[in-house]
Write a protein of this length. Sequence first.
Lengths: 359, 352, 307
Amino acid sequence: MTDNFPGGPVKGPFDPSSSANLADASRTARAEDPTEVPPDSAAVPLVKPTMAVMAEVVPDVQDVAEARSLWMDAWITMRRRPLFWISVALIAVFVLMAAFPQLFSPLDAYNIKDACDLNRARLGPDADAIFGYDLQGCDVYARTIYGARSSILVGIFTTLLATAIGVLLGTMGGFIGRWIDTLMSRTADIFFAIPLLLGGIIILYSFPSSPDTPYLLQVFKVVFAMAVLGWPNIFRIMRSSVMQVKPAEYVMAARALGGNAPHVIMGHIIPNAIAPVIVVATIDLGAYIATEATLSFLGIGLQNPIISWGIDISAASALGYVRQAPHMLIFPSIFLSLTVLAFIMLGEVVRDALDPKLK
Amino acid sequence: MTQDVAAKHQAGVAARKAEMRAAQLAAGVEHLLEVKDLHVEFRMQDGVAKAINGVSFHLDERETLAILGESGSGKSVTAQAIMGILDTPPGYVTGGEVLFQGTDMLKMTYRERAKYRGPKISMIFQDALSSLNPVFPVGWQIAEMFRKHRGMNRSDAYAEAVRLMERVKIPAAKERVKAFPHQFSGGMRQRIMIAMAISLDPWVLIADEPTTALDVTVQAQIMDLLKELQEESGMGLILITHDLGVVASVADRIAVMYAGRLVETSAIGPLYAHPLHPYTKGLLESVPRLDQKGQELLAIGGLPPNLLRMPEGCPFNPRCRYAFDECRTGAPPPLREVEPGRFAACYVAGEV
Amino acid sequence: MGKFIVRRLLQMIPVILGTTFLIFMMVYALPGDPTDGRCGQRPCPPQYVEAFRREYNLDKPVIVQYLLYLAKLLTGDFGTAYNGKTVLHELSIRYPVTIKLALIAIAIEAVIGIAAGILAAIRKGKFIDNLVTVSTLLLISFPVFVIGGLCQLVFGLQLGWFPVTATEGTWEQLVLPGIVLASLSVAYTARLTRTSLVENLRADYVRTARAKGLTVPRTIAVHALRNSLIPVVTYIGASFGALMGGAIVTERIFNINGIGGYIYKSIHDRDGTALVGTVLCLVVVYLVVNLLVDILYGVLDPRMSHD
């Protein structure tokens, strides 16, 4: 219903100003490539078998080289930008934190006996606990470190799932067209029409977690809720990107040579159409982390005793505590925001590098 | 608007212009518009592109000057520099004069110059669909000229817009004055562009590829309209094109541009009869002609030079079949008078 | 124009049916006990389960269930909360404060967002442009509840510029929550305005406007901006979805007794009917707003609606 204006009804996770032209990114870069084959070269191989052999080599080299040179150019641009390295470093730190929290905190935050002491509840930072203590007297630093895992897991899995669905359906819709495309686009419209947070609340209400639900199941529920609502984003971009790549000469050549559909799709279409999807998926990853924290903040996402920045911020943001013990609020807030920032920043740097025109 | 009133309007304009022209001549101003040694460059990330390198020409009343060249030769940039509508940055006028009735427009402030655009000098563009604002009715866009330059009220300005749409022969002008650009055909849209450009009876009209985007039949209609308007008002017309066919029927004089320089200027007849510059010769040979049916069509080999890496010597030398050592070193050959009234920038001009 | 509106209305119907069906399936028709967790902390009493199954026709085929459910929605029946009052009643006493909050947020979003975007676009590459780019990146990265908490701490408690809570929901109290609520959309609005204006300033018709001898302010403000604002205005309308989500968080932080606060309360009290009814109501409002935005788009861009 809203495919007519850039960005559409934005669900929060992505930037309408940037996605509008993203689908053009790979195409533009290709059009300006001076090494591009002249338009008639694809028609030639059909005539002579000897030429056909050549053409089989040529288009392959051509489009893979194009896809590669697009990323090579982007890489050359990116590696000169400090923002790229800052975001990569931040992401590396947070992923490491998620995988091996013990590297950062000698105290195991899940071990209540060691990490918490009710006598110290809400005390400010001291030499033992540089971020202070929370309501239960737990070490805020340890909890903040251990909270990274939930955010990173949810962010990565949601992005993988939403991207997998979106790329699969988007490629099918864009490549096959006809009623399959119509059906998929209309279905995507319906999922797209539900705002992420509101839809997430409904889904998680239908599949509630209780405090004794296993950790990974809780994470999976949140992942599922957001991926179900998030895939249309990727679907739309992939679909239009595929439709732009599909008429390209090398795809025509590959098809004319009798390349079967899966081969053409995997070998030619997806590599050339995926760039804008990667950009949006990276930016969305940050947004999913923020949304998970929001759901947990509202008490419907992950449940205590799981350690999540959203839960901790929620506990800390009761008015009395904000006044009395702001450290409980500030430190997890900073970590959460930095994580979201790192992914969104990376996505934007990649986007700028792929399509310098937008800058 | 009856024919009568329109004619009276034209007569009034002509009289006013004649008076001013007489004053100009008395003050010793030779030409209506004179461009002297114009230089324009584009400052970009990967270097400075010298788009215009010392272009000079002039234009008189009732005269049509065609500026001919491939895309990238600098012809549109020249027009935009004269109008003062270059995109700055990246485009900068770095030298020269643009004299309108003896006054150098390059020395004016933006505001002073803006007052010249419309009443003195005016311009139409290649793609009328993208050059008209998509969200305003065409009548509004024409009327804006009267409202902003003459302080007319809305309804009077609209009446003027209808008069102009009639003058450029748009059928049912009164009914269509509130329609939007996308609701017109390509030819009609170009007529609206023209109506807007001539609305304040300019002395000079610059037409930048006015017919390139149109069908062949419509092309002829638009050229006829321009000619007719010129005859009525006596304005000078600069016609920018890459199409020799369009030039032949309309222009009085022709200036051929290549890589930001004039390579040949001449009256139209002699140029067609025997071109002086090898580039002009190449252009003429690449036009399909009925009387040479069956012969091979000759295209000029190679591509225009990259403005960031101009070849040494004559910029045309890599593509020129007559080039010799001197063409490949030093400064480009200067424009010299090869025959009376005919100039060419080539060492072998006229001998080829 | 009339045809355009009708076409949009018709395109809207399957989306409304689809979303309500989706939500209905999820909440009522999936295997499992739909009354689970509807009655506070305890399991529901059997009479309640019985009444609930009857109310939602859970013994009938799914499609009939859905149609009857849809009929209820059309008459404004969004269910009955656990306290015995209808959801519609609960919403009717709460919506004024939420509307106030949304109006403040949209006003901030429009005024500051567009102004910042214009400044950045006409000073492209200069200091102000970089400032806008960096600050919007930060606003986008900081979740609403983080910004809310920090604003409350800094501007409410430490500096004392604004009231810390907005329990009564007066205009004055709602300013700070409004700013917090607007923070995300204001960033997107600024970025979209910038991109759109930068693009339009390069457009051919802007060159024409200069060739017409118009002043620079008029060229930008009338010719370029009029076109650039088309996607911006429609985005502001569409950002309504994000605003409603944000309102849940904002109203919880500032203790505002509006619809968002009600949703939070329903989650907290595990009052399922109230929660689903309210959220569904918001989704429908969002869809209707989107329809209006679509029509507005047609009004603003004659290419869309004048054939």
